[in-house]
Design a protein around this ligand. Structure first.
Ligand SMILES: C[S@@+](CC[C@H](N)C(=O)[O-])C[C@H]1O[C@@H](n2cnc3c(N)ncnc32)[C@H](O)[C@@H]1O
Length: 331
């Protein structure tokens, strides 16, 4: 018997942008922070936000329907992830990351034009970075990167390692967290010259200047500092095409001591390319940001490692549905 089809899924997709817009506005007006701080009725929210009652009514209906808010008796509460990550002032606040791609909204809706009249450079959005824009960028990445880095040190034992090279290390989240966790480890964060000024500020804040150094360089060219016994490259996979990523992995292999390991952490597609959606979308994001990058499959990442000479190659879920980790060892 034929499965009945209807338009529900397609209609939801056609209007999926409405959910992003509601999330941005809720963050703009501090909805979740107010609710967490006790302004948990619509009357109190009208007073706190200065918005019209009808708009608070609309926003609360949307937030309840999107499971951002819930009812506890007659007052509103944040749902669990919202309370953990979207309340300003809390340690795990990740609002900066949620808002990070908002300036790209216009670009996404101009996608057809961008495909018809392509305009790209090797570094894409990183071509024009300044120290100030790098600081702003990494306020957003740090709000999520340190959590990912904590997950990394809990799942990967680096206790026998001595020197970590962190390619495109940004805020230094992985290096800082790793040296805090593994007392014998030192680290070098390699990132573009304007970025490492911001990196140094994170390193100083964490008080690990004696164990984490920075190197301002473009990882798509030149040899890497050597010898090192661990290389990490996290969250920059879709920025580049296969040739560049393959080249980075090969140069990382050359920089490693025998027995050393490399971890490539990123949004990776399943081998049949049917998801995760987020990985495919980060690939498309490179059209919007103007690089030649695209989403890579798990099998492609394994191939970059194998071609470089790595053995014991595996791809493991890192943050399921979002990030995977490809690991290999230099014989
Ligand atoms: C999304 S951030 C990830 C930062 C960090 N690895 C993390 O996971 O929190 C990507 C980083 O890669 C850096 N990057 C991109 N292309 C680069 C290149 N060609 N050379 C050096 N760094 C690069 C960017 O400057 C940025 O800091």
């Amino acid at each position: 018997m034929n499965k009945r089809v209807d338009t529900t899924r397609l209609q939801e997709m056609a209007r999926a942008y409405t959910a992003s817009a509601v999330l941005y506005t809720a963050l703009d007006v501090g909805l979740f922070t107010h609710v967490s701080n006790g302004s948990n009725t619509e009357t109190a929210l009208v007073e706190e936000t200065g918005l019209r009652p009808v708009d608070v009514d609309r926003l609360v209906s949307c937030a309840l329907s999107l499971e951002l808010l819930d009812w506890d008796g007659d007052h509103l509460v944040n749902t669990l992830d919202v309370e953990a990550y979207l309340v300003e002032g809390k340690a795990r606040y990740a609002g900066a990351w949620m808002m990070f791609t908002r300036p790209d909204v216009g670009g996404w809706f101009g996608m057809t034009e961008k495909m018809r009249i392509p305009d790209s450079s090797k570094l894409g959005m990183y071509q024009e970075l300044t120290v100030e824009s790098a600081r702003k960028y990494h306020r957003a990445t740090a709000s999520i990167g340190f959590g990912a880095a904590r997950r990394f040190v809990k799942t990967v034992d680096l206790s026998t390692r001595r020197h970590l090279l962190d390619l495109g290390g940004g805020s230094g989240a992985y290096s800082i967290t790793a040296v805090e966790h593994f007392k014998e480890l030192r680290a070098t964060v390699l990132d573009l010259p304007p970025v490492v000024i911001a990196t140094q500020e994170y390193i100083a804040d964490a008080g690990v200047q004696d164990r984490v150094e920075t190197l301002g360089a473009d990882f798509t060219v030149g040899e890497f500092p050597s010898p090192v016994d661990v290389v990490v490259m996290a969250s920059n996979l879709p920025i580049y095409d296969g040739e560049i990523i393959g080249g980075v992995v090969s140069r990382a292999f050359r920089a490693l001591e025998p027995g050393g390991e490399m971890h490539l952490i990123g949004e990776m597609l399943n081998d049949n390319r049917k998801g995760p959606v987020d990985a495919a979308m980060w690939g498309m994001n490179e059209l919007i940001c103007g690089s030649e990058g695209r989403a890579h499959t798990r099998a492609e990442c394994q191939k970059y490692f194998a071609s470089a000479g790595f053995v014991d190659i595996e791809v493991i879920d890192f943050v399921p549905g979002i990030l995977a980790r490809c690991v290999g060892r230099k014989p």
